[in-house]
Design a protein around this ligand. Structure first.
Ligand code: FAD
Length: 429
């Protein structure tokens, strides 16, 4: 669709200028309003089945990362003659207030989970305009490029991967260009204030929000350090900064596009080397896409206690046991060390996440949604589809063909932290 003279882009989890679809359609437009709305629901207290869990949805680490991201986005928009308006409130009301003329169009990236869908429905209803470009984004393999109809999206990851695998060789992972100049904003908006956060000195990796930082990390991990080559060997680690890519936080709020990562991986393979490390990063990015598609397909079911397959589960809703797990006071040092790391830094390795999730549900018998909510609160890279999809998988009410994963945490510690390096950092410092 063609955008009108005045165009509004509602930024959601697409907080970047690179590989950004709406920026390609501004030819007819002379005023561009870029707006981000922080919905107060994001910071409200978490409840499940009327149980108040006592913490907010969005914790301080992610909030800080978001603030840094918005600051960077505003700076990048200003460099091109535009600006970013940031508001707190109900998106429908705020965007409705911005539409002062008839000749207005609106664009935004679609979300698929319950609250995201409700939010976008309300915005469309409130505006009552025809020119709405609500598009699919955030995928590596775009829905229109799936080699099968979306209705036939498979339930198992292997089946999805097998169908997609050929795409790796046949697809040119090109990204959309960033225009050098942008239409002007209706006025200059307030400068986003930056706050600094005192990071735990034990945090190996210091996540900093913004597409500038995301692109820097990508370049470092691929071309500067060439750590990508070691990814397959190191990816089960938990200590240091380079055992994995650390792209997740930027991917989660859209300040890094998966397409950009894949384009750079292909370039790296052509210019430096291709090996099982470069392949495995693609494999993991496909997991992310898989869960995003599972969210698109199943919507509200992500949050059902019986998940996608309706299996009935037995669990306890003992808040004292749950609270000890949250603070890292369980009987397992391996689990405790990982939870302490999460609480102090907002990050935990994939190995850690699998173990602490399994321990909460399979060993302590606690409602898995409490654990997922704790991850939502604490993780700097919280992503609704990856988080709930992985929890469902481990519990056995999602897409695991084996019906769930129970990890023996003592065995896992012997295997993945035999020298107790990770434990020393988080429990003995
Ligand atoms: P890398 O190992 O470098 O992987 C590269 C990218 O591949 C990641 O950034 C991520 O986008 C994707 N990826 C890797 N593993 C997975 C996976 N299992 N599922 C989906 N995508 C994956 N990831 C999130 O981004 N947000 C979440 O909220 C989240 N919650 C999780 C909850 C549980 C219970 C578990 C077991 C995993 C969860 N993950 C989540 C997936 C994974 O742990 C993180 O993506 C990964 O640890 C992030 O670190 P990285 O960027 O260094 O990953």
């Amino acid at each position: 669709m063609n955008y009108k003279k005045t165009h509004i882009h509602w930024f959601r989890n697409d907080l970047r200028l690179h590989d950004q679809p709406f920026l390609q359609k501004l030819d007819e437009c002379d005023t561009l309003v870029c707006v981000y709305v922080l919905n107060p629901k994001e910071v409200q207290y978490v409840q499940w089945d009327n149980q108040a869990l006592g913490f907010r949805k969005q914790g301080l680490n992610r909030l800080q990362f978001l603030r840094e991201t918005l600051y960077d986005l505003q700076r990048n928009l200003r460099k091109r003659g535009n600006d970013l308006l940031v508001r707190v409130g109900n998106p429908a009301e705020i965007i409705e207030d911005l539409v002062t003329k008839n000749q207005v169009s609106l664009s935004f990236e679609l979300g698929y989970a319950t609250e995201e869908k409700e939010e976008q429905r309300n915005v469309i209803k409130a505006l009552n305009i025809e020119d709405v470009d609500a598009y699919e984004g955030g995928f590596l393999i775009h829905p229109t490029s799936l080699p099968f109809p979306f209705e036939k999206f498979p339930n198992g990851f292997s089946s999805f991967r097998n169908k997609i695998e050929k795409k790796r060789d046949n697809t040119t992972f090109a990204t959309l260009p960033v225009p050098e100049t942008l239409p002007k904003p209706p006025q200059v908006f307030s400068q986003i204030k930056m706050s600094t956060r005192t990071l735990d000195t034990r945090a190996a990796f210091k996540f900093k929000g913004g597409e500038t930082q995301g692109l820097e990390r990508l370049n470092y991990y691929l071309f500067e350090s060439k750590e990508l080559l070691n990814y397959k060997v190191k990816r089960n680690g938990s200590v240091g900064i380079d055992y994995s890519g650390k792209f997740s936080a930027w991917l989660a709020n859209g300040s890094l596009s998966p397409n950009q990562i894949m384009k750079e991986i292909r370039r790296f393979e052509n210019e430096v080397k291709a090996n099982d490390g470069t392949y495995w990063m693609w494999f993991e990015l496909l997991w992310r896409d898989f869960f995003r598609y599972i969210g698109k397909k199943n919507g509200d079911k992500l949050f059902f206690i019986s998940g996608l397959n309706g299996k009935s589960l037995r669990f306890r809703q003992k808040l004292d046991v749950f609270s000890n797990w949250c603070s890292g006071n369980t009987t397992s040092a391996f689990v405790n060390a990982h939870l302490k790391e999460l609480n102090h830094t907002g990050f935990m390795s994939n190995r850690g996440r699998q173990n602490v999730a399994s321990f909460l549900f399979h060993d302590l018998g606690i409602d898995w949604r409490y654990g997922a909510a704790w991850f939502e609160h604490t993780l700097v890279d919280y992503d609704v589809y990856s988080n709930y999809g992985n929890w469902l998988y481990i519990v056995g009410v999602g897409n695991d063909p084996k019906g769930g994963r129970k990890f023996d945490v003592d065995w896992q510690q012997e295997r993945y932290d035999p020298e107790r390096e990770h434990e020393k950092v988080w429990l003995r410092n």
